[in-house]
Design a protein around this ligand. Structure first.
Ligand code: ATP
Length: 370
């Protein structure tokens, strides 16, 4: 198996759109990397540049150590799966899966038949070889598209929103299935999605794209817990973001004065007194402080109180909803700030109209550039 490297890749389309503005990444052999970002940020263009359907305006592409920047798709040894499956409708499933190997011309009929059977086993659809695509469900067609891409033993698998047209339940099943298959054969995979949940749950690493650039590249936990920018914090999952100014930095913690509250946050990168910054707090980082309303520390402005290394917010629950294994609360603090809090499901009797206090530890507050 083999890695993929992009160095300084830019792509300007005829007509002037600079869709990719210089991206760098080294994808290791066997790694599953997801390009995730909002519509139009350049994900598909980046993937098509790896596949060879687009030639970069600048920069280089290497696959398995060989430069392929200007090579046509068929010389790159990659398998691609598209959102719309793109199976050949008039061919049988067997013929669809055999297509790439037939085109290569290097295989005997026996080798092709054996490989098609192996691929059908891999995607857990043995025995459908004689059917045509219209005799399969959407999810089954997507598995066949995957089998077709993998049959010629490509060096890398490139997936462009392959699950986007499946309904939610099937999509979740296929996420697991796709990951299982990818791990079973250990193939280097680049996956494009605009679905942040999919990116977080499937990948070894994700590259969060914004406006033609990688904003952050890293493992899901890192990108989620330690966003480098406000954009990343906001794009991946829910984030409470408070803008403020650093009023003091001491012992690795910064005091950030927001309009209505001072928040203490752990300092990861250099910040100095007077800097404008944003505090990012994930909803599941808050705790309900039962009884804290009466024994909180020194009150700041109104609505927030600072007690050593935690910040307390008092207010009222305005909304509650169950998310399956957790419960989401919306709070309005006494100063009118809206906060989203998520707690593990349990016998939580709190509900709209209840007065509550929530606190967050300084180590659970992240600072990003304002
Ligand atoms: P989506 O999630 O909507 O598919 P994306 O992140 O994959 O978006 P791209 O399809 O790579 O984004 O498009 C990036 C930018 O390049 C967009 O502004 C798009 O309009 C533009 N673009 C894409 N393909 C072409 C093309 N063939 N010619 C000109 N501009 C293009």
């Amino acid at each position: 198996m083999s890695g993929i490297s992009l160095a300084g890749v830019k792509k300007r389309y005829p007509g002037g759109v600079l869709a990719v503005k210089g991206v760098d990444i080294d994808i290791e052999s066997g790694e599953f990397v997801t390009l995730v970002g909002p519509s139009g940020c350049g994900k598909t263009t980046t993937l098509r540049t790896i596949a060879g359907f687009e030639t970069p305006t600048d920069g280089s592409v290497h696959i398995d150590g060989n430069e392929v920047t200007d090579a046509p798709p068929y010389e790159r040894d990659t398998g691609m799966v598209f959102q719309d499956f793109a199976l050949f409708p008039h061919m049988t499933i067997h013929e669809n899966i055999a297509y790439g190997m037939e085109a290569d011309g290097d295989y005997t009929t026996e080798e092709i038949d054996a490989r098609v059977a192996e691929m059908l086993e891999l995607v857990e659809l043995p025995g459908v070889g004689d059917r045509t695509p219209d005799q399969l469900s959407g999810g089954q067609q997507q598995r066949i598209a995957l089998a077709r891409a993998l049959a010629p033993r490509p060096k890398a698998l490139l997936l462009d929103e392959p699950l986007a047209s499946l309904d939610k339940q099937l999509r979740e099943q296929m996420q697991v299935e796709l990951r299982r298959i990818q791990q079973e054969i250990g193939i280097t995979t680049v996956f494009v999605t605009h679905n942040q949940e999919e990116a977080l749950t499937m990948s070894d690493r994700l590259a969060v794209m914004n406006d033609g650039q990688f904003e952050q590249v890293g493992p899901p936990e890192e990108v989620y817990n330690d966003p480098d920018s406000r954009f990343v914090a906001d794009f991946l999952g829910t984030a409470n973001i408070f803008d403020g100014t650093v009023s003091a930095v001491k012992n690795g913690y910064a005091m950030v004065d927001c309009d209505d509250v001072s928040v203490q946050a752990a300092v990861q990168n250099g910040v100095s007194t007077g800097d404008n910054t944003s505090v990012v707090i994930r909803p599941e980082r808050f705790r309900f402080d039962d009884g804290a309303a009466s024994n909180a520390g020194v009150a700041s402005a109104d609505g927030g109180t600072n007690t050593g290394a935690t910040t307390v917010f008092e207010g009222e629950i305005t909304f509650k909803r169950h998310l399956g294994s957790s419960v989401e609360f919306h709070l309005e603090t006494d100063s009118g700030r809206k906060i989203v809090v998520v707690r593990r499901s349990g016998m939580d009797k709190r509900g709209p109209g209840d007065r509550v206090a929530v606190s967050v530890a300084a180590d659970d507050c992240r600072l990003v550039e304002a």
